[in-house]
Design a binder for this molecule. Sequence first.
Ligand SMILES: Cc1ncc(C[n+]2csc(CCOP(=O)(O)OP(=O)(O)O)c2C)c(N)n1
Length: 587
Amino acid sequence: MKVLMSGNEAIARGAYEAGVRFAAAYPGTPSTEILEQFCKYDGVYAEWSPNEKVAVEVAIGAALAGEKAMAVMKHVGVNVAADPIFTVSYTGTNGALVIVSADDPSLHSSQNEQDNRNYARFAKIPMLEPADAQEAKEYIKLAFEISEKFDTPVFLRSTTRVSHSKSVVTIVEPEKYQDKTGFTYDAIKYVMVPHSARIRRVELEKRQQALKAFVETFAENRMEINNPDIGIITAGMPYNYAKEVFPDYSYLKLGMVYPLPEKLIWDFASRVKKIYVVEELDPFLEEQIKAMGVKVIGKDILPYTNEFDPGIIRNSINKDTAEPSSPYGKSLALRPPNLCPGCPHRALFYALKKQKTFVHGDIGCYTLSHMKPLEGLHSCICMGASIGMAHGMSKAMKEKGKGKVVGVIGDSTFLHSGMTPLLNMAYNGSNALIIILDNSTTAMTGMQEHPGTGYTLMGKATKKVNLKDLTSALGIDNIRVVDPFDQKQTTRAIKEELANDGPSVIISQSPCALFKRAGIKPKPALKVDPDKCEGCKVCLGLNCPPISWKKGITKEGSKRKGISCIDETLCNGCGLCAQVCKFGAIN
Ligand SMILES: Cc1ncc(C[n+]2csc(CCOP(=O)(O)OP(=O)(O)O)c2C)c(N)n1
């Protein structure tokens, strides 16, 4: 049967067809839908783990038990999971283990643009890279086959454009699941202390050699010889772009981007006169091919940054200039992201802003508060970093920093990687204030469950961690729980906790305005009374989407130059603007 599928849906389907029944992940764009789809298939077990490292470890455990296991994450998730990944490369997998890394060229929704093909080379793990949804489905199956055959973890790399664009996929009946689980005792293979790891290190190089031989005949590394004047070596989505603009050139399309088929590359080089390497981000293929001694052109003319499109490839190759440009997308209006109407994060940041502190931010919807006019946070590096950074700054600034350093972190992010740095704060003692923004969900990536929501990915009610008890168990004594929509209570709590000695935690608790299970019913939209509004613009400082400014509506006896207005189709009646209006003009 043929179906229209996104790359992510196809990866889920391919895993299911391959007989995979075990998967673990932590959400992150552009990878999230893979597990959300996979968990719907019959007979599977799938979980949101608290972070990517745990997800990989869970999958390793399942593979050691004999399962075909999949771990899924966005590109930066591989950084979090790197520790087990580098060493499971030594032990091998017993069953099968595939790690899906969804990269994000152009940083559509990420804090960096790292090229995770480098991880394959660094950790000596083979990597497949599909170019569309059909290939995504086939390659995940091949990845499991390679994992089983060579007793190795395998990476499947996707990018946003492959994960999120749809194309026609042929689906087939799934392989029948066979329960092969059991214990395999083999200390030399699975206990990585120096003695046995040294032995496995040698085995790893033997596996590399076997894989290098295998890739020469791997059917998904394929040559298409057309016009012999120009050859293009490429992989993944850029293959489609290049084919669209240069259908007559010759191609070497690599399905496996690590390790490289050196003989095949030499063969291709002997059949074409001039070779371009067309790859997004790092010159990953280019450098290895040049190191082989093959003359190719790549980043001399193609950009290092951002995803490509057909226009970039056409302009770069046609002109051979250093200034590639795309004819696409120039006329699109910018749409900066914003917190939703009724978002509890807005209320917290409005109260926090009054205290003139330095706020270390973290990753989640609340990061959007950094823009004018809220300017709610002043740094953001990676998930979980806010707490350690606040601690470090507070320690460095000593008395000068007292009462002035804050870290903010979402509930999902706190449970992902915020607990250890908070333990450190309690242990090493600093004066920073940490605010946990508990909106009862992982909002930014689309409302996924986490250990603080009381539900699993598969919809089962489960143990719900109590953030206050957890914070206390980590050693924090000053803990408060506030409702950010109560501005008076929240402002007072922030002021008092900043004045306290030692680390403090405020848990700002109010569900995400879009969170269905919280049963939030929008209240009637608020209205501005044009007779009472003095045009002071304080409510505009909330940056709430329904609130705008109408120029030219003056009032006798007042200096006002216009008034605020509320778009009732957007307002959910949270009442925050009514609390900040000093003239009682919003009702
Ligand atoms: C290592 C890593 N994994 C995943 C992500 C994707 N991601 C960004 S924010 C976020 C969690 C947001 O949830 P929460 O902290 O509860 O904040 P909210 O969006 O609900 O306000 C995730 C999973 C990431 N940026 N980095």
